[in-house]
Design a protein around this ligand. Sequence first.
Ligand code: GLN
Length: 486
Amino acid sequence: MPLYELTIEAAADLLQRGEISSEDLTRAVLARIAALDDRVGAYLTVDREGALEQARRADELRAAGQATALTGIPLGIKDVICTRGLRTTCASRLLDNFIPPYDATVMQRLRQAGAVVLGKTNMDEFAMGSSTENSGFGPTANPWDLSRIPGGSSGGSAAAVAANMCLGSLGSDTGGSIRQPASHCGIVGLKPTYGRVSRYGLVAFASSLDQIGPLGKSVMDCALLMNVICGHDPRDSTSVSEPVPDFTRLRADGLQGLKIGLPVEYFEAQGLDADVRQAVAGAVATVEALGAETVEISLPHTQYGVAAYYIIAPSEASSNLARYDGVRFGVRREDDGDLLDMFRRTRSAGFGAEVKRRIILGTYALSAGYYDAYYGKASQVRTLIIEDFRKAFAQCDVLLSPVAPTPAFAIGEKTADPLTMYLSDVFTLCANLAGIPGISIPCGFSSAGLPIGLQIMGRHFDEARLLAVAHHFEQATDFHKRKPEL
Ligand code: GLN
């Protein structure tokens, strides 16, 4: 087996037994990137020399008996996470030249664990989108069908994992941006509970919704990454001091006695593709065969989720993105005019169409006279959605649902119609509004051979259970074993 095909778990084992070196492993993955990424476009920046140096350092650490499970493992990092000394663009022309002077907390943790950073992955500009088509540097293709989108906004991260151009990666999820691309690329992606992972050094989109999480080839690989990135951080005031379990130790928990809720609103949703419906129905049968009990659950305010999210997220974005004025960060556009003129030129040239749409939408929703009608109302709806989940989790342990209403759509198919694009987030964004964790795992293929994901949502801080359920499902099925041919 070529080294780039290894899971993190398998590579860590071979590294530990001294059968491979991190340098060999990293070279193999870098060669894979060099061979494929012209066609896929998963990376915005590849740090070849830096990665090899980190790999050699990892090999030294291991030789000195100081290795952890992630020591020497090559990863791709979404370009919305600050990496010290390594260009971080958020896929925005405005940050084309931004080199962070510091590492995000998750990066500090990964580096401390000895992980190797291959480079920065493509995304929708400032994480706004569901297809990676909003990148200021061109789209990413889905490794399963290069004419289709990989999902978004962490499309580069998901495509890189699916195409073996990294062993695992980090993404961010504000309304589905880890789970939906994981679903479209046939891999595993976990959005942790809000507050579980520090947002320090994550470029802010919508601060009350943003969360960093892992994307991997297996559930176990996501657990290994979670073990490193989770935990309290005094530099993020919303980070919690909840104890962090060893996420990899839950392999023995079976599904016997588990109560699984099936939210009727998610299965009756308009526009739910027949192949997706069938794949998720198959997954329900599988968990029942594994001993879980399923019950129908109602989340009655689901239908208002998209509307509430697309007020709250742009509102927070309009405020967060005010800092990009050409003064401190990124590219400045100057002419003969005054300061205001410089702001206007910089923002007009630097931001793409979708980012501008969100800023305008958010500024409007927050403006005097409209605040109560829009932002205030959306916040009330958010509370109702939180209540829906609270009641549901009084009746069941986890919820099972589709991740996205359709498999990956064609590049260009939805770009002219933002509303259709927004509607593709209908099953994922309620978890962000409520702050609960959700995971996407492979559960089938469409008639066209495209991967379909299953979403499992759980109570706050119950990621260990999500990972255990997902792991048992994975072990009982073969969907994760099929790979795209490139
Ligand atoms: N697709 C959603 C949006 O465009 C979610 C993006 C995300 O999770 N970052 O806002």
